[in-house]
Design a protein around this ligand. Structure first.
Ligand code: AMP
Length: 546
């Protein structure tokens, strides 16, 4: 017997309609390229996104067409998030921090005929546009009188076209399985691969991400949209914020400590998220420049971190400097991304100090909808006992089944499990402890050493701003760890002192064979340590290869 409830399709159009109806006057703040803030609200974004849909249709866009964007976290990009997807087109966000050839590859592979670009990012498009034969229209996200000089002819001014467009009426009725957005993996090895989200996966993910044991978002929150809109839909924040009617604050391209602090302070931000490196920068700025009284006035309540392991030192810094709860979450572009979130259980609420940090330093527990499995090399399931570590697999309704261009189901096994290429343990309470990327694990004399645990121990030293541990070929042990440190300005630390410090945190045979202080550490375009570069650079450092 079937139930007798309505079959409403879960679409981004229903989301922006709801935000306009229920939270129309809730503010949306956005930093312009000139640094000024501009203000809109959910009702206006809803209206403008209908005009955006009309404008794109007038340019020849059809349902199913990919519309590429090369843009920062600003109002026009948010309007495109809804104007493109709710109209049945596919928003293809491209990361402007990638190399020119990767950008060209991703835009070409996605197949867009229209690209929308921020005015200050035009110089990134100029050298590759001749090799993008499919692009027919380039919309610059500014007004005609703000249009920069460019070698590209026939640029279209976004604001003028949107202002002149007649907003479309109701959004088209879409099947919830229609594709809504396309985002490419960061591609540290091989070519980037496209992840094609659907309206259904996007909305289910948004419900899950809002829940109390996830981000606990509500209409009382002011959300700082720090993760880029071009990386995994900014963790779904444009959708979750519309779902609950949160105030949204978008920082544009100004991601320095002073600019972010200004938004936290002046806009009353309560919630944010992002990669750990961003928050180290922001907290360092606050520690050096903001008085204790002014820190106490900040309304920031909780910050989610993910994309890379969150060092314990950062969790403690949030607690001690701002009294803010730092929650770690784990996910991937392929998983929309929110999959696990670290929130303490009732039985852990009494924990304090190091014991609470022990909990918060894990990647947390699966949110409903996501299932986790760890496997040994033979593909056998390993117990969730907190001891055995293996390759992590994941499945769920907002987890990819095939990369863009492949047939559905092509990139998961027969039971729907997706390889994450992460190595992890899962404890009896279901907490995920990520130990490494599979390719970053250090294999020393047949045993595995966790680079994440070693980095965590190193960043607990007060002189250390950032740490990277890589496995380097070794004549006797196959590989041994090498520790690279970026220190806080004016600090110094010698190798013996660092090894002494680490000895208090990890097993003796894990201690790095060498410790080097470097001026800077390389990162990917999404803020992860670029260990491939470090491994290549230090390949011969321990005499392991001739
Ligand atoms: P991306 O697809 O760029 O979002 O990268 C996903 C990868 O980032 C995961 O497979 C992990 O290796 C890493 N990652 C994400 N969140 C965490 C976390 N909380 N701790 C450690 N690594 C993480």
């Amino acid at each position: 017997m079937l139930g007798l409830m309505q079959q409403q399709q879960l679409t981004t159009g229903s989301l922006i309609d709801h935000a306009a109806r229920a939270h129309g006057l809730t503010e949306i703040v956005s930093r312009r390229p000139d640094g000024q803030l501009e203000r809109s609200n959910w009702a206006e974004v809803s209206m403008r996104s209908r005009k955006v849909a009309a404008m794109l249709t007038a340019l020849g866009a059809q349902p199913g067409d990919r519309i590429a964007t090369l843009a920062w976290n600003r109002l026009p990009h948010l309007e495109l998030y809804y104007g493109v997807t709710a109209a049945g087109m596919v928003l293809h966000t491209v990361n402007p921090r990638l190399f020119a050839e990767q950008i060209r590859y991703i835009v070409e592979h996605g197949g867009a005929r229209i690209i929308c670009v921020d005015p200050d990012l035009l110089p990134i498009l100029e050298p590759v546009i001749a090799d993008l034969p499919r692009i027919e229209a380039i919309v610059v996200l500014c007004a005609a009188d703000e249009m920069p000089e460019s070698s590209i002819p026939h640029l279209i001014a976004y604001h003028d076209r949107v202002a002149a467009a007649d907003p479309i009426g109701a959004w088209p009725a879409l099947d919830e399985n229609t594709a809504s957005s396309l985002c490419y993996t960061s591609g540290t090895t091989g070519n980037p691969k496209g992840v094609l989200y659907s309206h259904r996966s996007t909305l289910l993910h948004a419900y899950a991400a809002c829940a109390a044991d996830s981000m606990a978002l509500s209409a009382r929150d002011t959300v700082l949209l720090a993760p880029p809109l071009f990386h995994v839909n900014a963790w779904g924040l444009p959708f979750t914020s519309a779902m609950v009617g949160a105030k949204l604050v978008m920082p544009g391209s100004a991601m320095d400590g002073a600019s972010i602090h200004q938004l936290l302070r002046d806009e009353g931000v309560t919630f944010s998220l992002g990669v750990p490196t961003l928050w180290f920068t922001v907290l360092d700025y606050i520690a050096r420049n903001v008085s204790e009284d002014d820190r106490a006035k900040l309304k920031l309540d909780r910050v989610f971190m993910g994309g890379a392991a969150t060092p314990r030192a950062l969790i403690e810094l949030f607690r001690d400097l701002l009294g803010v709860k730092a929650n770690q979450a784990w996910g991937m572009t392929e998983t929309s991304p929110v999959s696990t979130v670290c929130q303490p259980l009732a039985s852990q609420m009494h924990l304090e100090g190091d014991a609470m940090t022990d909990v918060l330093a894990t990647q947390g527990r699966a949110v409903f909808g996501v299932e986790l499995r760890i496997e040994n090399a033979a593909g056998e399931a390993l117990p969730h006992d907190g001891a055995e570590s293996g390759l992590l697999k994941v499945r769920g309704p907002w987890v990819l089944s095939a990369y863009y261009g492949n047939p559905a189901g092509a990139d998961v096994d027969a039971d729907g499990w997706l390889d994450t290429w992460d190595v992890a343990k899962i404890d009896a309470d279901g907490f995920l402890h990520l130990t490494d990327r599979a390719k970053d694990v250090i294999k020393s004399g047949g045993e595995w050493i966790s680079s994440i645990d070693l980095e965590n121990a190193a960043t607990a030293h007060p002189a250390v701003a950032e740490a990277a541990v890589v496995g380097v070929p070794h004549p006797r042990w196959q590989e041994r760890p090498l520790l690279l440190l970026r220190l806080h300005p004016g600090e110094s630390v010698e190798k013996p002192a660092m090894l002494d410090h680490l000895a208090g945190h990890v097993a003796k045979w894990w201690l790095p064979d060498d410790v080097l202080v470097v001026d800077d550490l390389p990162h990917t375009a999404t803020g992860k340590l670029l260990k491939t570069v470090l491994r290549a650079r230090y390949r011969e450092h321990l005499g392991g290869v001739g």
